[in-house]
Ligand binder design. Structure first.
Ligand SMILES: [Zn+2]
Length: 60
């Protein structure tokens, strides 16, 4: 079997020209200055903002 309407190399490449991924945006945590995602709690210290902080379970 052969596809009825085969997409040309050009059409395929034009479509895939929008598929590239952008690099993740990272910001520095104001408390421990490690890289974190904006609007997410810091993985290292649990800091979100002055009012909100998430407790992080630390291994002993
Ligand atoms: Zn932090």
């Amino acid at each position: 079997m052969v596809p009825a309407r085969r997409v040309s190399k050009s059409r395929k490449r034009l479509r895939r020209s929008h598929h590239a991924l952008k690099p993740r945006n990272l910001v520095a945590c104001p408390r421990c200055s490690s890289a974190k995602l904006p609007h997410r709690a810091c993985e290292k210290c649990g800091y979100v903002n002055q009012k909100v902080a998430v407790k992080i379970a630390t291994e002993e």
